[in-house]
Design a protein around this ligand. Sequence first.
Ligand SMILES: Cc1ncc(COP(=O)(O)O)c(C=O)c1O
Length: 348
Amino acid sequence: MLKHGGYAKGILDFSVNVNPCVTQALLMPYMEEAVGEIGRYPDILGNSLVEKIAETEKISVDHIIVGNGASDCLYTCARALKPQTVLIIEPTFTEYRRAFEGVGSHVLSLSINLSEHPDSIEEKLIHQIRKIKSDMVVLCNPNNPTGGVYSEAFIEQIIKIQASHKGFVLIDASFRQFEGLPTYFDEKRWNLIVLMSLTKYYGVPGLRCGYLMATKSVIMAMKEHQVPWSVNSLALEVMPRLIEDKELNKATQEWYQAEKSKMVKALSDLSFTKPMKSHANFICCRLSNVSGYDLNQWLLKQVPPMALRTCDDFVGMGDAFIRIGLKDALSNDRLIEALKHYEEEVYG
Ligand SMILES: Cc1ncc(COP(=O)(O)O)c(C=O)c1O
Protein backbone atom coordinates (compact mmCIF):
# COMPACT_ATOMS: atom_id res chain seq x y z
CA MET A 1 0.00 0.00 0.00
CA LEU A 2 1.27 3.49 -0.78
CA LYS A 3 1.89 5.44 2.39
CA HIS A 4 3.73 8.68 1.75
CA GLY A 5 3.63 11.60 -0.61
CA GLY A 6 2.93 14.41 1.79
CA TYR A 7 0.31 15.70 4.22
CA ALA A 8 -2.82 17.77 3.60
CA LYS A 9 -2.75 21.53 2.92
CA GLY A 10 -2.45 23.62 6.08
CA ILE A 11 0.21 21.36 7.58
CA LEU A 12 3.79 22.58 7.55
CA ASP A 13 5.04 19.47 5.82
CA PHE A 14 8.66 18.50 6.42
CA SER A 15 8.01 14.97 5.19
CA VAL A 16 8.49 16.06 1.56
CA ASN A 17 11.89 16.77 0.00
CA VAL A 18 11.30 19.43 -2.62
CA ASN A 19 13.02 22.72 -3.35
CA PRO A 20 10.99 25.59 -1.82
CA CYS A 21 12.68 28.22 -4.05
CA VAL A 22 10.36 27.17 -6.88
CA THR A 23 7.37 29.34 -6.01
CA GLN A 24 4.00 29.87 -7.63
CA ALA A 25 5.16 33.34 -8.72
CA LEU A 26 8.15 31.83 -10.52
CA LEU A 27 6.09 29.11 -12.18
CA MET A 28 3.11 31.22 -13.24
CA PRO A 29 4.57 32.89 -16.36
CA TYR A 30 5.98 29.57 -17.57
CA MET A 31 2.64 27.86 -16.93
CA GLU A 32 0.64 30.56 -18.69
CA GLU A 33 2.72 30.19 -21.83
CA ALA A 34 2.37 26.41 -21.66
CA VAL A 35 -1.42 26.37 -21.31
CA GLY A 36 -1.81 26.88 -25.07
CA GLU A 37 -0.30 23.41 -25.59
CA ILE A 38 -2.93 21.56 -23.57
CA GLY A 39 -5.35 21.27 -26.49
CA ARG A 40 -2.80 19.17 -28.40
CA TYR A 41 -1.29 15.76 -27.70
CA PRO A 42 2.27 16.14 -26.49
CA ASP A 43 5.13 14.54 -28.41
CA ILE A 44 4.71 10.82 -27.78
CA LEU A 45 8.29 10.36 -26.48
CA GLY A 46 8.83 13.86 -25.09
CA ASN A 47 11.66 14.42 -27.57
CA SER A 48 12.09 18.16 -26.96
CA LEU A 49 12.81 17.45 -23.28
CA VAL A 50 15.08 14.53 -24.19
CA GLU A 51 17.13 16.98 -26.29
CA LYS A 52 17.38 19.48 -23.42
CA ILE A 53 18.55 16.75 -21.05
CA ALA A 54 21.06 15.42 -23.59
CA GLU A 55 22.50 18.94 -23.80
CA THR A 56 22.83 19.35 -20.02
CA GLU A 57 24.12 15.82 -19.39
CA LYS A 58 26.40 16.06 -22.45
CA ILE A 59 25.33 12.68 -23.82
CA SER A 60 23.52 11.53 -26.93
CA VAL A 61 19.70 11.46 -27.03
CA ASP A 62 19.83 7.69 -27.65
CA HIS A 63 20.81 7.17 -24.03
CA ILE A 64 17.83 8.99 -22.51
CA ILE A 65 14.18 8.28 -21.85
CA VAL A 66 11.83 10.72 -20.09
CA GLY A 67 8.78 9.82 -18.03
CA ASN A 68 6.03 10.92 -15.69
CA GLY A 69 8.46 11.32 -12.79
CA ALA A 70 11.44 9.13 -11.92
CA SER A 71 8.88 6.67 -10.52
CA ASP A 72 7.39 6.14 -13.97
CA CYS A 73 10.88 5.58 -15.46
CA LEU A 74 11.66 3.09 -12.70
CA TYR A 75 8.51 1.04 -13.32
CA THR A 76 9.06 1.11 -17.10
CA CYS A 77 12.63 -0.09 -16.56
CA ALA A 78 11.39 -2.95 -14.37
CA ARG A 79 8.83 -4.00 -17.01
CA ALA A 80 11.41 -3.83 -19.80
CA LEU A 81 14.23 -5.73 -18.08
CA LYS A 82 12.36 -8.06 -15.69
CA PRO A 83 15.56 -9.03 -13.85
CA GLN A 84 15.31 -12.36 -12.03
CA THR A 85 17.18 -11.26 -8.92
CA VAL A 86 17.46 -7.70 -7.65
CA LEU A 87 19.65 -6.62 -4.77
CA ILE A 88 18.61 -3.39 -3.07
CA ILE A 89 20.95 -1.57 -0.69
CA GLU A 90 18.75 -0.57 2.24
CA PRO A 91 17.43 1.42 3.98
CA THR A 92 16.32 3.30 0.90
CA PHE A 93 13.40 4.61 -1.20
CA THR A 94 10.68 1.95 -0.98
CA GLU A 95 9.51 2.12 -4.61
CA TYR A 96 12.42 0.06 -5.97
CA ARG A 97 11.10 -3.03 -4.21
CA ARG A 98 7.52 -2.44 -5.37
CA ALA A 99 8.59 -1.87 -8.98
CA PHE A 100 10.66 -5.04 -9.24
CA GLU A 101 8.40 -7.27 -7.18
CA GLY A 102 5.58 -6.13 -9.46
CA VAL A 103 7.28 -7.78 -12.44
CA GLY A 104 8.08 -10.98 -10.53
CA SER A 105 11.73 -10.30 -9.64
CA HIS A 106 13.16 -11.99 -6.58
CA VAL A 107 14.11 -8.95 -4.51
CA LEU A 108 16.75 -9.17 -1.78
CA SER A 109 17.73 -6.46 0.70
CA LEU A 110 21.33 -5.75 1.60
CA SER A 111 20.90 -3.85 4.84
CA ILE A 112 23.47 -1.35 6.01
CA ASN A 113 24.23 -1.05 9.70
CA LEU A 114 23.82 2.71 10.15
CA SER A 115 26.18 2.81 13.13
CA GLU A 116 29.10 1.40 11.15
CA HIS A 117 31.93 3.33 9.48
CA PRO A 118 31.27 3.93 5.73
CA ASP A 119 34.50 2.13 4.70
CA SER A 120 33.51 -1.03 6.49
CA ILE A 121 29.93 -0.77 5.16
CA GLU A 122 31.23 -0.59 1.60
CA GLU A 123 33.64 -3.47 2.14
CA LYS A 124 30.83 -5.71 3.39
CA LEU A 125 28.53 -4.66 0.56
CA ILE A 126 31.19 -5.48 -2.05
CA HIS A 127 31.61 -8.91 -0.52
CA GLN A 128 27.86 -9.62 -0.67
CA ILE A 129 27.38 -8.17 -4.16
CA ARG A 130 30.24 -10.32 -5.46
CA LYS A 131 28.79 -13.41 -3.77
CA ILE A 132 25.14 -13.02 -4.78
CA LYS A 133 25.73 -12.23 -8.49
CA SER A 134 22.30 -10.61 -8.92
CA ASP A 135 20.94 -9.43 -12.26
CA MET A 136 20.57 -5.93 -10.84
CA VAL A 137 21.98 -3.97 -7.90
CA VAL A 138 19.95 -0.89 -6.91
CA LEU A 139 21.32 1.96 -4.85
CA CYS A 140 20.36 5.56 -4.22
CA ASN A 141 23.11 8.21 -4.24
CA PRO A 142 22.66 10.45 -2.24
CA ASN A 143 20.50 7.99 -0.42
CA ASN A 144 16.93 8.67 0.61
CA PRO A 145 16.29 8.69 3.62
CA THR A 146 19.80 8.82 5.15
CA GLY A 147 21.39 11.45 2.87
CA GLY A 148 24.59 9.38 2.72
CA VAL A 149 26.73 8.94 -0.39
CA TYR A 150 28.85 6.05 -1.60
CA SER A 151 32.49 6.53 -2.54
CA GLU A 152 33.49 6.73 -6.19
CA ALA A 153 35.75 3.70 -5.71
CA PHE A 154 32.81 1.67 -4.39
CA ILE A 155 30.58 2.61 -7.31
CA GLU A 156 33.30 1.85 -9.85
CA GLN A 157 33.86 -1.51 -8.22
CA ILE A 158 30.25 -2.65 -8.19
CA ILE A 159 29.81 -1.63 -11.82
CA LYS A 160 32.80 -3.86 -12.61
CA ILE A 161 31.62 -6.77 -10.46
CA GLN A 162 28.15 -6.65 -11.99
CA ALA A 163 29.57 -6.44 -15.53
CA SER A 164 31.59 -9.60 -14.92
CA HIS A 165 28.38 -11.67 -14.77
CA LYS A 166 26.31 -9.45 -17.13
CA GLY A 167 24.40 -7.80 -14.30
CA PHE A 168 23.17 -4.20 -14.14
CA VAL A 169 23.66 -1.43 -11.58
CA LEU A 170 20.83 1.04 -11.16
CA ILE A 171 21.80 4.28 -9.42
CA ASP A 172 19.06 6.68 -8.40
CA ALA A 173 20.74 10.09 -8.46
CA SER A 174 17.53 12.08 -7.96
CA PHE A 175 19.00 14.24 -5.18
CA ARG A 176 22.46 14.75 -6.65
CA GLN A 177 22.04 18.36 -7.81
CA PHE A 178 21.93 19.99 -4.38
CA GLU A 179 25.66 19.28 -4.01
CA GLY A 180 26.53 18.90 -7.68
CA LEU A 181 27.42 15.22 -7.27
CA PRO A 182 28.20 13.06 -10.32
CA THR A 183 25.71 10.59 -11.84
CA TYR A 184 28.61 8.32 -12.91
CA PHE A 185 26.80 7.82 -16.22
CA ASP A 186 29.09 7.14 -19.14
CA GLU A 187 27.91 6.05 -22.59
CA LYS A 188 30.54 3.30 -22.55
CA ARG A 189 29.21 1.70 -19.36
CA TRP A 190 26.66 -0.68 -20.85
CA ASN A 191 25.50 -2.01 -17.47
CA LEU A 192 24.92 1.30 -15.67
CA ILE A 193 21.41 2.73 -15.46
CA VAL A 194 20.91 6.15 -13.85
CA LEU A 195 17.54 7.37 -12.65
CA MET A 196 16.88 11.10 -12.17
CA SER A 197 13.85 12.86 -10.79
CA LEU A 198 13.17 16.41 -11.96
CA THR A 199 10.55 16.99 -9.27
CA LYS A 200 12.97 17.45 -6.33
CA TYR A 201 15.53 20.03 -7.40
CA TYR A 202 12.97 21.84 -9.55
CA GLY A 203 10.29 21.71 -6.85
CA VAL A 204 7.45 20.41 -9.05
CA PRO A 205 6.23 17.05 -7.69
CA GLY A 206 2.74 17.81 -8.99
CA LEU A 207 3.97 18.38 -12.54
CA ARG A 208 5.61 14.91 -12.67
CA CYS A 209 8.80 14.60 -14.67
CA GLY A 210 11.94 12.49 -14.58
CA TYR A 211 14.38 10.65 -16.82
CA LEU A 212 16.60 7.64 -17.04
CA MET A 213 19.98 7.23 -18.72
CA ALA A 214 21.19 3.86 -19.95
CA THR A 215 22.80 2.06 -22.82
CA LYS A 216 20.91 2.26 -26.14
CA SER A 217 19.49 -1.26 -25.99
CA VAL A 218 17.98 -0.64 -22.54
CA ILE A 219 16.42 2.63 -23.72
CA MET A 220 15.01 0.87 -26.80
CA ALA A 221 13.54 -1.93 -24.66
CA MET A 222 12.02 0.66 -22.32
CA LYS A 223 10.40 2.52 -25.21
CA GLU A 224 8.65 -0.75 -26.13
CA HIS A 225 7.15 -0.91 -22.62
CA GLN A 226 6.43 2.76 -21.98
CA VAL A 227 2.93 4.19 -21.73
CA PRO A 228 2.60 6.64 -24.65
CA TRP A 229 2.53 10.41 -23.93
CA SER A 230 4.05 9.81 -20.49
CA VAL A 231 5.22 13.41 -20.17
CA ASN A 232 2.37 15.89 -20.37
CA SER A 233 2.38 19.14 -22.40
CA LEU A 234 2.81 21.39 -19.35
CA ALA A 235 5.86 19.48 -18.15
CA LEU A 236 7.35 19.48 -21.66
CA GLU A 237 7.04 23.25 -21.84
CA VAL A 238 7.92 24.17 -18.25
CA MET A 239 10.78 21.77 -17.42
CA PRO A 240 13.28 23.10 -20.00
CA ARG A 241 12.60 26.64 -18.73
CA LEU A 242 13.32 25.60 -15.14
CA ILE A 243 16.45 23.72 -16.18
CA GLU A 244 17.72 26.83 -17.99
CA ASP A 245 16.83 29.22 -15.15
CA LYS A 246 20.24 30.34 -13.83
CA GLU A 247 18.68 32.66 -11.24
CA LEU A 248 16.72 29.75 -9.80
CA ASN A 249 19.84 27.64 -9.64
CA LYS A 250 21.72 30.42 -7.82
CA ALA A 251 18.87 31.03 -5.36
CA THR A 252 18.61 27.29 -4.72
CA GLN A 253 22.30 26.96 -3.97
CA GLU A 254 22.26 29.96 -1.61
CA TRP A 255 19.16 28.67 0.19
CA TYR A 256 20.61 25.17 0.42
CA GLN A 257 23.96 26.26 1.91
CA ALA A 258 22.34 28.57 4.46
CA GLU A 259 19.44 26.38 5.60
CA LYS A 260 21.35 23.13 5.62
CA SER A 261 24.10 24.33 7.95
CA LYS A 262 21.61 26.21 10.14
CA MET A 263 19.39 23.15 10.55
CA VAL A 264 22.24 20.69 11.11
CA LYS A 265 23.57 22.93 13.88
CA ALA A 266 20.14 23.44 15.47
CA LEU A 267 19.35 19.71 15.39
CA SER A 268 22.79 18.86 16.84
CA ASP A 269 22.14 21.29 19.69
CA LEU A 270 18.93 19.53 20.72
CA SER A 271 19.38 16.72 23.22
CA PHE A 272 17.12 14.17 21.51
CA THR A 273 17.96 14.51 17.78
CA LYS A 274 21.25 13.36 16.30
CA PRO A 275 21.52 14.42 12.64
CA MET A 276 23.27 12.06 10.23
CA LYS A 277 25.70 13.42 7.63
CA SER A 278 23.55 14.32 4.65
CA HIS A 279 24.40 15.36 1.08
CA ALA A 280 20.87 16.27 0.09
CA ASN A 281 18.02 18.65 0.95
CA PHE A 282 16.86 16.57 3.90
CA ILE A 283 18.31 15.54 7.23
CA CYS A 284 17.79 12.17 8.83
CA CYS A 285 18.01 12.15 12.62
CA ARG A 286 18.41 9.38 15.12
CA LEU A 287 16.10 10.02 18.06
CA SER A 288 16.67 9.24 21.68
CA ASN A 289 13.92 8.69 24.26
CA VAL A 290 11.08 9.34 21.81
CA SER A 291 9.67 7.42 18.86
CA GLY A 292 9.27 9.03 15.46
CA TYR A 293 5.56 8.30 15.62
CA ASP A 294 5.08 10.06 18.98
CA LEU A 295 7.13 13.08 17.97
CA ASN A 296 5.19 13.41 14.74
CA GLN A 297 1.87 13.16 16.57
CA TRP A 298 2.99 15.89 18.97
CA LEU A 299 4.03 18.16 16.07
CA LEU A 300 0.72 17.59 14.28
CA LYS A 301 -1.06 19.03 17.34
CA GLN A 302 0.94 22.28 17.33
CA VAL A 303 -0.14 25.59 15.82
CA PRO A 304 0.57 25.55 12.94
CA PRO A 305 0.52 21.75 12.71
CA MET A 306 3.76 20.30 11.40
CA ALA A 307 4.77 16.87 10.10
CA LEU A 308 8.01 14.94 9.70
CA ARG A 309 8.74 11.78 7.74
CA THR A 310 8.70 8.85 10.13
CA CYS A 311 11.05 6.09 9.00
CA ASP A 312 9.45 2.90 10.32
CA ASP A 313 8.64 1.64 6.80
CA PHE A 314 12.28 1.83 5.65
CA VAL A 315 14.00 -1.57 5.91
CA GLY A 316 16.31 -1.68 8.94
CA MET A 317 15.38 1.71 10.39
CA GLY A 318 12.45 1.30 12.76
CA ASP A 319 10.86 4.10 14.70
CA ALA A 320 14.00 5.67 16.14
CA PHE A 321 14.62 7.83 13.06
CA ILE A 322 12.92 10.77 11.40
CA ARG A 323 13.67 12.62 8.17
CA ILE A 324 13.27 16.37 7.84
CA GLY A 325 12.98 17.92 4.38
CA LEU A 326 14.43 21.45 4.34
CA LYS A 327 11.89 24.20 3.71
CA ASP A 328 12.09 28.00 3.54
CA ALA A 329 13.98 29.78 6.36
CA LEU A 330 10.87 30.82 8.30
CA SER A 331 9.31 27.35 8.27
CA ASN A 332 12.61 25.77 9.32
CA ASP A 333 12.87 28.23 12.23
CA ARG A 334 9.33 27.34 13.28
CA LEU A 335 10.18 23.67 13.34
CA ILE A 336 13.27 24.27 15.48
CA GLU A 337 11.24 26.44 17.86
CA ALA A 338 8.64 23.67 18.16
CA LEU A 339 11.34 21.04 18.78
CA LYS A 340 12.90 23.24 21.49
CA HIS A 341 9.47 23.58 23.04
CA TYR A 342 9.08 19.79 22.95
CA GLU A 343 12.47 19.40 24.65
CA GLU A 344 11.44 21.76 27.47
CA GLU A 345 8.04 20.10 27.87
CA VAL A 346 9.37 16.56 28.00
CA TYR A 347 12.85 16.89 29.49
CA GLY A 348 12.27 20.04 31.56
C1 LIG B 1 15.11 8.63 -4.16
C2 LIG B 1 13.87 8.94 -4.93
N1 LIG B 1 13.83 8.62 -6.23
C3 LIG B 1 12.72 8.86 -6.96
C4 LIG B 1 11.63 9.47 -6.41
C5 LIG B 1 10.42 9.71 -7.25
O1 LIG B 1 10.51 10.94 -7.85
P1 LIG B 1 9.41 11.44 -8.88
O2 LIG B 1 8.59 12.47 -8.18
O3 LIG B 1 10.23 12.04 -9.99
O4 LIG B 1 8.63 10.28 -9.34
C6 LIG B 1 11.62 9.82 -5.06
C7 LIG B 1 10.44 10.45 -4.45
O5 LIG B 1 10.36 10.69 -3.27
C8 LIG B 1 12.78 9.55 -4.30
O6 LIG B 1 12.85 9.86 -3.01
